[in-house]
Design a protein around this ligand. Sequence first.
Ligand SMILES: Cc1ncc(COP(=O)(O)O)c(C=O)c1O
Length: 398
Amino acid sequence: MRPKPGYDFCEVLPIFLGPVENESARADTYNFGIGDIRGVPGYEEILTEALGKALTKVAQYLVRLPGQQGFAPLCNRLAQVHSKISSRAFSSDDVLLTEGGCSAISIALTSVLEPGAKVAYAVPAFPYWCMLDAAGLQSVPIPFYDPHEYAATYGDRLRKTLETDTDVKALILNEPQNPMGFPLQQSQLEIIGALAAEHDLKVVVDDVAATFAFRTEQWSARHISPDRCFIVGSFTKQFATPGLRLGWLIPPRPQLAAARSIVSNLRGGVSNVAAFLGWTLLEYLALHGHESIIEEEVRRRVHETASLNEVQSSDVRFWIPGQGLYLLGQTQGAGLSSSTELVSSVRHEGVRLIDHTFLFPPECRTGNATRLFRLSIGGEWRVRQGIGVLQRALRGRR
Ligand SMILES: Cc1ncc(COP(=O)(O)O)c(C=O)c1O
């Protein structure tokens, strides 16, 4: 059926994308599964007010390709954002706009590595193995089954990996690590910085959750020297707008030209619409004093996870207090054989979690790994109530 003249095209949006989150949330369903940040009070109103006029203005620029530099005012803002996070001085010229953080990670690695090169990272993790596969690179996952062990020994484990696998050329460092939930100890960060220099590793700092590092005062990648450090940021997390598909990459200066040429020659750059809206949003947030709105809401939710203490049982344990968006949990004892069983059982009660298959690459999905699962507070603003339902669901299993 063709729309008739006068038809309201906007009616199609909710049919395909669904209602916006606050309206769609069913009172008895708690989404601790997705990693995106949703339901920040007042944020939808801010987006509508900040971007309404910008949307009407940007349409005419769809007839132009984005410039080689991306959108300079946005690059400038992001340089300021990351200078603040890292205490390193960046300028607009250092920032490349990308289609989200995932794309920034691929561009960083492909700009500097030969096909088939090996890249190490700790797991459980965001699915880096998919990005590496697609880029023709090899994964070297370093598995952990306990976040305390990760926090206290990652540097030492990385040293052992580099001794046995001398072909590793790069490292992805995600701090706070999705979904480990525990910050690396200072000693381990120092070891990682020293190992990167000793083995001449490129380090992709997946910094998308940098602003949620509530239990560390300093930037986690401070020991990685700037000449090997690729910084990745994302609107998905930092500004709760995954639909913009907007991220950024700050490569080391010597690698800037190679990364820029991938962005402009192979990818064509980000959409003019996304870049302009992203910039308008950041200006609006700054102008109206809302720069910390996401951070404050995440902090509130993190605070509410304290009630997970009451959920610890003979079947399940959580590592708390987590940092930022994620908490790792583990099924234990004979009651539950794997996290997949737990996830499907509580889903019937209206609570969504993520099982180990999303957190480990296929070759690591055995033994202790199969007991791990992730709880995210990104998509769920009713944390305390949701945890209460989870608790009842677990009690009901016995
Ligand atoms: C750890 C981590 N890195 C990178 C990303 C990439 O996000 P995007 O490509 O949506 O910007 C995410 C998104 O959830 C993430 O959790």
